[in-house]
Design a binder for this molecule. Structure first.
Ligand code: SF4
Length: 486
């Protein structure tokens, strides 16, 4: 492996989902497709490299730096001429990202390919058929050490904790790297958004914490971070708030669980509201437990949070238990109206087709969601690599496909207990149609705190959005497959 220099060209790429996982293929559409968000990890990792003196770093996201969401010939040339190509991927984007790695290798024999993110972390062996090095787990400190070794003596890769790499035909996995402490997180540089990204994104992003104290079986967050919850130091958070407010856009708080609910969280949010600029309106991801604390809900409002994404998952205690969720159905039913009464717009994330779900229980879920949520995302259970849930589903022989491009929570991937696979897929599509129907729009508008958003979402869904999600060639082909095995 060749040595790199401080002026070597370092390119960071994150590809969007595409149908069938084809590089530069037609886009994979989902409920978030209209939100133009920045990459979560790349601006931070690039900032670390810049802080360490690497003067020739670039971010390349086809959504913002390409054309029509695809990489251009110029983008490809820039990628192939890079000394190191850093690839960030989730399971859903693994196929096209591996194809890009293969193309880079064909065009640049001496270059180095590094992959990171949840999918490379949990499927490192497979990734190493396409890349030279996998960064496993949290990236900042590992990338820093990796770049140092690559610039001084690439034969010493085994000294870098948290990687797996190819060495003379064998794979070497180094000692795991401990998670960054809260203090270390506060010593990291702030994410760097290049001018093109700043201009084209519709929504800014901020990370205040990392991890989640819960440990749901199906969730990759705890597989990646353990169930260790870390709050970034308030000084860092205030600086970051100022930077993100400078973008002048609505902000998505990317944390998987921004405030589990203790005094610490309330104090932090109140300090942010007092010392920082309240700034732009925000969307945050939380659990139903937040509804137990008036002070916590009030503190979220004070920092500008007006919309909540809530992982409700189910109204069936059996399903919740089977998913390893600590909340129960009565808590879910109690919490959601409370959020709306306090003026939040509630986006409910619900998983359909668990062991406790029956045709009758989904009818009840549909009626409840139509009455109680401002927007909904009906997930199918996804056996994501690295999770206990996947392990169990594999053991039970219920995983129907390992076509990773379908791992988007919109396609049935597991054999359900009380439905045929195609029966569940069609029921989910019906429930989406019912929720976003004109008839239900009247219901939703009645209690919505953001009426314009409520109308826009229904218009997007009804004017072709749902068709794009469920009737595109990839979805149609998958439904044919589900029919054939039902
Ligand atoms: S509460 Fe949410 S983020 Fe936390 S482990 Fe469960 S699914 Fe993951």
């Amino acid at each position: 492996m060749k040595r790199i220099r401080k002026d070597s060209r370092l390119t960071f790429v994150e590809l969007p989902p595409t149908q069938f996982g084809v590089l530069n293929g037609p886009g994979g559409f989902d409920i978030y497709s209209h939100a133009k968000l920045p990459s979560r990890a790349i601006p931070t990792l690039r900032a670390v490299m810049i802080e360490d003196g690497y003067s020739n770093t670039h971010e390349l996201n086809p959504k913002y730096h390409g054309e029509g969401g695809k990489l251009t010939a110029k983008n490809m040339g820039d990628i192939f001429s890079s000394d190191i190509l850093f690839l960030s991927a989730i399971t859903r984007t693994a196929k096209q990202t591996m194809t890009l790695a293969d193309l880079y290798r064909l065009n640049n024999q001496g270059g180095i390919i590094v992959a990171g993110g949840p999918d490379p972390t949990f499927r490192s062996d497979e990734w190493l058929n396409h890349v030279d090095i996998v960064v496993r787990g949290e990236g900042e400190a590992t990338l820093r050490d990796l770049a140092t070794v690559l610039s001084q003596d690439p034969s010493q890769l085994e000294s870098v904790r948290g990687i797996q790499y190819n060495r003379k035909g064998e794979q070497v996995r180094t000692e795991p790297r401990p998670l960054l402490t809260e203090t270390e997180l506060g010593q990291m540089p702030h994410p760097v958004f290049d001018p093109v990204t700043r201009k084209k994104i519709s929504t800014g992003a901020i990370e205040l914490t990392r991890g989640c104290p819960h440990n749901c079986d199906y969730c990759a967050v705890t597989s990646m971070y353990g169930n260790v919850y870390r709050r970034k130091p308030i000084k860092w958070v205030l600086e970051e708030m100022n930077q993100v407010n400078g973008l002048g856009k609505r902000t998505f708080v990317v944390d998987d669980n921004v405030a589990p609910g203790g005094h610490k969280d309330i104090e932090r949010l109140e300090t942010m509201a007092e010392k920082g600029d309240k700034g732009n309106t925000k969307v945050a991801q939380i659990t139903v437990y937040v509804a137990r604390s008036e002070k916590l809900m009030e503190a979220l409002r004070k920092i500008g949070v007006d919309s909540l994404c809530v992982g409700i998952e189910s109204l069936s205690d059996e399903t919740l238990k089977d998913l390893g969720k600590s909340s129960d159905a009565s808590m879910n039913r109690w919490a959601i109206p409370r959020f709306r009464e306090r003026g939040f717009f509630v986006h409910g994330m619900m998983m359909l087709g668990g062991n406790g779900d029956t045709p009758e229980s989904l009818r009840e879920t549909e009626e409840w969601a139509n009455r109680n949520l401002d927007s909904v995302q009906y997930f199918t259970p996804v056996p994501i690599p690295g999770t206990r849930f996947r392990h169990r589903m594999k053991e039970e022989g219920r995983v129907l496909t390992e076509d990773w491009a379908l791992y988007d929570a919109q396609h049935v991937l597991l054999r359900p207990v009380n439905f045929t696979p195609i029966g569940l897929q069609e029921r989910i599509e019906e429930m989406y149609g019912s929720f976003y129907s004109i008839k239900n729009l009247k219901n939703r508008l009645r209690n919505s705190s953001r009426k314009k958003t409520t109308i826009v979402l229904s218009m997007l869904a009804l004017s072709g959005g749902l068709k794009k999600i469920f009737n595109n060639p990839q979805s149609v082909a998958h439904k044919e497959f589900l029919r054939s095995i039902s």
